[in-house]
Design a binder for this molecule. Structure first.
Ligand SMILES: Nc1ncnc2c1ncn2[C@@H]1O[C@H](COP(=O)(O)OP(=O)(O)O)[C@@H](O)[C@H]1O
Ligand SMILES: CC(C)(COP(=O)(O)O)[C@@H](O)C(=O)NCCC(=O)O
Length: 352
């Protein structure tokens, strides 16, 4: 995990435009008032659905901020990310997020004025949820890099929730080694405290770190978050609903502290395929390192590797997706749906 700590400064005039109005993209059919009340099934959905073409048109006047080397650096193992995908999908998304950051600042100022308060700006927190292997990390890294180039958000930090998994020794003790990634495999109280501290404006908040290499928490490492303009929190369960207490009342959930949330979505069959393909790549890459927890898998034949990854998926990641992750999709403010080739084909936006 590199936390995307890429120190490339926002370059005024060479990156993104100062504040291109979204309407510069031309007529947006979904934004107009329909002549007749919408009585379709969609009427009852909390989301407006935008096909890729409509979404991509929003980027019309915006300048491509990345070059090919940025793409190579930001894309995860096995991910298909192109300059076109960045321009047509992620650029409008970063602009929408930037608009939301401005709106939150405006609301805070107006509320302060009304209440006679003088509260300080705290980080704008964005949650990125979705299955294992769906490409959350790439989405989060791309957004981090893009948001840094908008004038109102130069300081964007990123953390992944795997740091809040219990260490393997504790998972063993709780009988959860085969449940890694399920809600109960995380120290949810610690994660909640972390997000609450960030959102209350604490100057320095620390998070533990996880290593995919050792498949365990790194006991002597941590990520330190210093009151950024934006904090992106990426992880499987970031949209999980609150737990119900024994007296029947609901507690808080991490997402109560989010200012915005994104769910990265794709068909389960496609995600399983991506997981398997990534496993094959890791076999000759990361697993070849003797320090890798999965080193024993580096010697597997193609057929054995396919069987092993399929088994891990069917026992752990697949059931977790169905039981815990997918049910949180409707809690997101925005859902990005990918096709089997990793391209985003539509965007669902919560109605405002
Ligand atoms: N066993 C592994 N060894 C090394 N890297 C891994 C391993 N498993 C996953 N990764 C990397 O960790 C990151 C997070 O993966 P994951 O949690 O599946 O989320 P996503 O694919 O949605 O970003 C990805 O960049 C992936 O390539
Ligand atoms: C570490 C993960 C639980 C993801 O954690 P996240 O950052 O989403 O909280 C996942 O990548 C994982 O390792 N799952 C366990 C099963 C497997 O090895 O694929």
């Amino acid at each position: 995990m590199d936390n995307g700590r890429v120190t490339r400064p926002a370059a005024p005039g060479t990156g993104l435009p100062q504040a291109t109005p979204v309407t510069a993209a031309g007529p947006i059919t979904w934004a107009g008032s329909p002549p007749e009340p919408d009585t379709s099934e969609n009427h009852y959905s909390p989301f407006v659905e935008l096909e890729r073409d409509t979404w991509a048109r929003l980027a019309n006047e915006m300048e491509q901020p990345f070059d090919q080397s940025d793409i190579e650096r930001l894309r995860g193992i096995g991910e298909q990310l192109s300059l076109r995908e960045v321009a047509e999908v992620y650029l409008p998304l970063s602009r929408l997020l930037s608009i939301n950051v401005d709106a939150a600042a405006h609301l805070r100022r107006a509320s302060n004025e009304f209440l006679g308060e003088s509260t300080r700006r705290t980080p704008f927190v964005i949650g990125v949820a979705g299955s294992v292997a769906v490409g959350k990390s790439t989405t989060a890294r791309v957004l981090q890099e893009m948001l840094r180039r908008w004038p109102n958000t130069p300081r964007v930090e990123l953390i992944t929730t795997d740091g809040f998994l219990y260490p393997n020794a504790e998972l063993e003790r709780r009988g959860l080694m085969q449940r890694k990634g399920f809600p109960e495999s995380y120290d949810r109280r610690r994660l909640m405290r972390f997000v609450a501290d960030v959102k209350s404006g604490a100057p320095e908040v620390r998070a533990p770190m996880y290593s995919h290499l050792t498949y365990d928490i790194l006991p002597h490492e941590e990520v330190v978050v210093h009151r950024p303009d934006v904090l992106i929190i990426e992880g499987l369960n970031v949209l999980a609903p609150p737990r119900i207490r024994s007296d029947g009342t609901a507690g808080l959930s991490v997402s109560d502290f989010f200012d915005y949330s994104i769910y990265v979505d794709a068909k389960t069959t496609a995600i399983k395929q991506w997981y398997t393909e990534r496993f094959m790549r890791l076999r000759s890459g990361a697993f070849a390192d003797p320090k890798s927890y999965f080193h024993r898998y580096s010697k597997l034949s193609d057929a054995e590797a396919t069987e092993t990854s399929s088994d891990i998926w069917d026992r752990i990641n697949g059931p977790n997706l169905i039981q815990n992750v997918l049910p949180t999709r409707g809690r997101a403010k925005l859902v990005m749906t990918k096709d089997a080739g990793h391209a985003v084909t539509r965007v669902l936006l919560r109605k405002v």
